[in-house]
Design a protein around this ligand. Structure first.
Ligand code: SAM
Length: 245
């Protein structure tokens, strides 16, 4: 095992995440490709190797220590960017069928290259905006979970995510402590879209003071056909109102 693979294994173990050698190898290939492609395109901010592992890979996987994600089923990662959290989750949970979706084609090209290099079979990569794909029959209310990290404020995220979630399923929003300011509008937006906010679950990364958490939104009613609204509208006129300045 290389020094870098040992570092990945150690950071996963420090966070209570057990991985078999094949999983560490895949994450290592993904990590090396991320750094290499990042010299040519804007995928992630510059930081040390250990911080990349913690900030992107471990942070994506903390959900596996909770009961929030099913062991098997269909998951869509909305605004996946360089594949967080969806690609890492697919690498660690082969029983999940993961759709990685983003509006930026160049990021999806990177993800296709990772998929090919690592031989990932449980991932589908699609290009488009949440507002358009969420209206399409094949994606609408077709997922057990819709996940998103660093994509939009909660009220906007509700309109992006909930149309994809089947009744009884969940939207899972990776958030930081600023979530407190987003809760009120988020609750109103979720209600209009057939969702109900549940208790946020703390998802710390060992040795980091990020105070990250995951907010589940349960789908309790079907989403009205009027949502999502046209591309750009959810962000310009968030359903639950705009956040306080
Ligand atoms: N989720 C990744 C992460 O945590 O590293 C990427 C975060 S990046 C800051 C936000 C991503 O969301 C970008 O790749 C952007 O193209 C995508 N995005 C934003 N709004 C979107 C929308 N309405 N539909 C699809 N993708 C969107």
């Amino acid at each position: 095992m290389s020094f870098c693979e040992e570092m990945i294994r150690d950071r996963l173990e420090a966070n209570g995440l057990a991985a078999v050698p094949e999983q560490i190898e895949r994450i290592h290939v993904y990590f090396q490709m991320l750094k290499e492609w990042n010299t040519r395109m804007d995928l992630i901010a510059q930081m040390s190797d250990e911080e990349i592992i913690d900030r992107h890979f471990v942070d994506s996987l903390t959900v596996l220590k909770t009961e929030l994600l099913p062991d098997a089923g269909k998951v869509i990662d909305v605004g996946t960017g360089a594949g967080f959290p969806g690609m890492v989750l697919a690498m660690m949970r082969e029983n999940l069928s993961v759709t990685l979706m983003d509006a930026q084609m160049k990021r999806l090209k990177f993800l296709s290259a990772v998929q090919e290099a690592c031989g990932i079979r449980n991932v589908e990569i699609i290009h488009g905006r949440a507002e358009e794909l969420g209206r399409r029959k094949e994606y609408r209310e077709a997922y057990d979970a819709a996940v998103a990290r660093a994509v939009a404020p909660l009220s906007v995220l509700c309109e992006y995510l909930l149309p994809f979630v089947r009744m009884g399923g969940c939207a899972l929003c990776w958030k930081g402590p600023a979530i407190r300011d987003e809760m009120e509008n988020g609750r109103r937006a979720a209600h209009l879209l057939g969702g109900r906010l549940e208790m946020p679950v703390e998802c710390p990364v060992s040795g980091r003071d990020w105070n990250h958490l995951i907010l589940p939104i349960r789908k309790t009613e079907k989403t009205s056909r009027e949502y999502p609204r046209k591309a750009g509208v959810p962000k310009a006129r968030p359903l639950g109102g705009t956040q306080p300045a």
